[in-house]
Design a protein around this ligand. Structure first.
Ligand code: G6P
Length: 585
């Protein structure tokens, strides 16, 4: 996590860095900072809170300089405080560093540096890098030699960018696992975690390969391996999908993205025939299939497993990316790993993909953002094609992933499927005002439960996750049959329970589970095609074919989470403590 940006230019860079940070904020937003080389001195400003706090402080006393770095943080080591915000300086203030990732051996390095007289001013893992570089350069090493020495010392995963008082026309960037790329401009170069930060300046970018060191000037870029071999540079032209997203007339990106779903669902079918055929072929060839994902992508993968089982007759296993090691011994030549990730940057998913590749398995990734580290690690990639998703909580990527799985399981890309879904999604969105009112009631509750069976179980999990992420409310998604194995004890008078219950083969049994809750005083909210006297509130689902119900059901639950967050005055697009791209383990 964390967003980093550094720039060397002919013009003052301060305002530009702040603008860049705003576009990187989806990567973390608990504190932010900027450092600019001004009059042979590194000037630093750091603030707690989102980038607009930094912007306000910076506007009051801006720096003037043509070289600078900036950072928006998602705290790992060291609490959320000004002293732990990046950039961090070395003792003499000659080296400033920004970092995305985790330096695992920072404690021992810190101890050693402190024993040698270095004074630390933060609790972060990052600060060791500034002190180490100060020592290496102090011993007379060149920039490259010093960077190689640091790369040898640091364990973990990191994207580091250093600004140097004594080398005002150069920056050092070091990449291990965490993403880092360089925007190649006219007489200026920009290094960042994401091209979004520099797209308005240039769409030519060099994606640094893993384990690379870059020595960056205004007009020149040299890239080396960790052993000092020069790498060939390939600048690529970035595609339109990198265009900067716009909220249009919506109050938040999240609600805009919820509303986009009927329009973008058909885009999922815009696949190159080759990649779709390969996907199908690999699914049929593999003796074992593991679907690996995190968060909402995991929930979409649960649906994916059911679709593959029902419509392709193929058994697969779904594994939480952070738990992939428990099945890694089964990753071999006969195995297909489907990595599902909106961002393509989730560290746990990437690690699973790398392990799978090392063990000879085939890796196909399903991503939205592109290019991404995950797709570079995979044998093949299938893209959702639904445009940038900015809201931290996944919405349109979830429904798109589910639909893609459906199309793959069916083995064909039928335009009329997308038309049917579009109609149903549009219809269910008409309940928005009613759900907004319902959110007033739900947001007063201590706990909220979601119940579903079969295909609808994944939506119970996803509905609960949305409410946690957006409204910070305790919510649990349950398999309907599990209710009586414990959770029923939690039902009190007025406890809200969403019964996800379209008229499919699970209808009767699930309704009975709802009645059990009602009999114990719970408040029952039915999401169904059919009203029931047992429901205290009813959200009517449009009739669609059975396999599409889950995709449609997820939309009212997204709306519920969104409006509950609004009632509770939460930061909808940027929920506290979360980030859109989880680039640490
Ligand atoms: C974060 C986001 C979630 C997302 C998860 C997986 O936790 O806040 O909304 O579902 O990461 O992200 P991915 O990009 O791998 O789908």
């Amino acid at each position: 996590m964390c967003g980093i940006i550094g720039i060397l230019s002919d013009y003052p860079v301060g305002d530009y860095l702040i603008e860049g940070l705003k576009r990187l904020e989806y990567r973390g937003y608990d504190s932010a900072g900027i450092a600019v080389l001004q009059d042979h001195k590194i000037q630093v400003l750091r603030t707690v809170g989102a980038v607009n706090k930094l912007e306000q402080s910076y506007a009051a006393s801006p720096f003037v300089g043509n070289v600078g770095i900036a950072h928006t943080r998602w705290a790992t080591h060291g609490g959320v405080s000004e002293k732990n915000a990046h950039p961090h300086l070395s003792c003499k203030g000659d080296v400033a560093v920004i970092h995305n990732g985790i330096i695992q051996n920072y404690s021992e390095l810190r101890q050693r540096l402190q024993n040698n007289g270095h004074i630390f001013r933060s609790d972060t893992d990052t600060e060791v890098a500034a002190h180490l570089l100060e020592d290496e350069l102090g011993s007379g090493k060149s920039l490259l030699q010093a960077a190689i020495a640091i790369a040898k010392e640091l364990r973990g995963e990191y994207a580091l960018v250093f600004m140097l008082k004594d080398f005002p026309d150069k920056m050092i960037a070091i990449r291990k696992s965490s993403p880092l790329l360089i925007g190649v401009g006219q007489n200026e170069n920009i290094v960042s975690s994401d091209a979004l930060a520099f797209l308005d300046k240039t769409n030519r970018a060099i994606f640094l390969e893993d384990e690379s060191i870059a020595i960056i000037g205004k007009k020149d870029i040299e890239v080396y391996t960790f052993s000092g071999q020069r790498r060939k540079l390939h600048a690529i032209e970035l595609a339109a999908e990198f265009s900067l997203p716009d909220k249009e007339s919506y109050e938040h990106f999240t609600i805009k993205e919820i509303h986009e779903q009927p329009e973008v669902i058909a885009k999922v079918l815009e696949q190159e025939p080759g990649s779709f055929t390969l996907f199908r072929k690999e699914i049929e060839r593999a003796k074992r299939i593991f679907i690996v994902a995190a968060g909402s992508s995991f929930h979409a993968s649960l649906l994916g497993r059911s679709y593959l089982s029902e419509y392709a007759g193929i058994y697969s296993d779904v594994v939480l990316a952070s738990e992939y090691k428990s099945v890694a011994k089964w990753f071999d030549d006969d195995c297909l790993i489907l990595c599902v990730s909106q961002s393509g940057e989730t560290m746990d998913v990437i690690e699973a993909a790398k392990t799978a590749k090392q063990n000879g398995a085939t890796v196909i990734s399903i991503v939205n953002r592109s290019p991404s580290t995950l797709e570079k690690t995979s044998d093949a990639v299938v893209r959702l094609n639904i445009g940038a998703e900015v809201g931290v909580a996944a919405t349109k990527s979830f429904t798109a992933q589910a639909f893609l799985f459906y199309a793959v399981a069916k083995g064909n890309m039928q335009a009329h499927d997308a038309v049917e879904l579009k109609g149903a999604m549009t219809e269910v969105l008409r309940h928005e005002a009613m759900i907004a009112k319902l959110s007033d009631i739900i947001s007063r509750s201590k706990d909220v439960y979601y119940l579903g069976r079969g295909l609808n179980y994944a939506i119970a999990l996803e509905g609960a996750l949305k409410l946690k992420e957006l409204a910070y409310m305790h919510a649990e998604g349950l398999a309907a049959g599990e209710l009586k194995h414990g959770p029923l004890a939690l039902i009190e008078k007025g406890t809200p329970l969403f019964l996800i219950n379209p008229e499919d083969d699970t209808y009767e049994e699930t309704l009975s589970n709802g009645v059990e809750v009602k009999s114990r005083g719970g408040m029952l909210i039915g999401l169904s095609t059919k009203p029931s006297v047992h429901y205290d509130f009813f959200v009517r689902l449009p009739e669609v074919r059975r396999e599409f119900y889950p995709i449609v059901e997820s939309i009212p639950l997204q709306l519920l989470a969104y409006y509950s967050a609004k009632v509770l005055n939460k930061d909808v697009d940027r929920p506290r403590n979360l980030a859109k791209s989880v680039t640490v383990k």
